[in-house]
Structure formats: C-alpha cells, structure tokens
Design a protein around this ligand. Structure first.
Ligand SMILES: [Zn+2]
Length: 107
C-alpha cells in the first residue's frame, strides 16, 4: 500500500517548489513518482500531430512527475506535515493513520 495516494494534499520538501502544497493528481507506483497540481511545472513543446487540427501547439506548461520521497503528506485532520503509519481495522483492512494526531487519513 502506498503512503501517497491520488487526492492527497502534499507538501514539497525539496527543489524549486519547496514549501508549496498541492493535491496529488496521479501516482505512478512502479516508478515511485507522483504528479502534484501546480508543482514541478515543466515547459513542453507541443507539435501538431498529423491530421489533428485541434491540438494545442507551441510551448505549454505541464506538471512533471517527481519522486514521492520529495513530498510529505499533509494530514487532513490536523493540517500538519506528517509521516504515515498503518493500522488494521477489526476486519483486517489496512488503513493509513497520521503519526502526529493519530487519526485515520482514509475515510
Ligand atoms: Zn494528523
């Protein structure tokens, strides 16, 4: 189970966007990378694909994937940057808990 999931709010720990927060848009578990809204913007040259007239061309800015060790989860309960712990329900279902306030992160 991943510590960071789509929809989480995370804080950037290093790089140009250090200290900023954003919502996780996408997680690449195998690459251990995440895409965070508004973070790690990369300029990309978009060429017109043959036969596609409506494609936006020129320089566009998009979020680039970053390693998930460079972000920390912001707890939705206490609002603090936190480490994630795991616990089990009585039914054996694993869920994430905030190490700061002890509340469940997953609903
Ligand atoms: Zn918390």
């Amino acid at each position: 189970m991943n510590k960071i999931r789509k929809g989480d709010t995370v804080k950037v720990l290093s790089g140009d966007d250090k200290g900023k927060t954003g919502a996780v848009q996408y997680v690449y578990p195998k690459k251990e990378r995440v895409i965070v809204a508004g973070i790690n913007m990369m300029k990309k040259a978009q060429r017109r694909a043959p036969g596609q007239v409506k494609t936006q061309t020129g320089i566009i800015e998009r979020e680039g994937p970053m390693h998930w060790s460079k972000v920390a989860l912001v707890c939705p309960n206490c609002g603090k940057q936190t480490r994630v712990g795991f616990e089990f329900t009585a039914d054996g279902v694993k869920y994430r808990v905030c190490n700061k306030c002890g509340n469940a992160i997953d609903k």
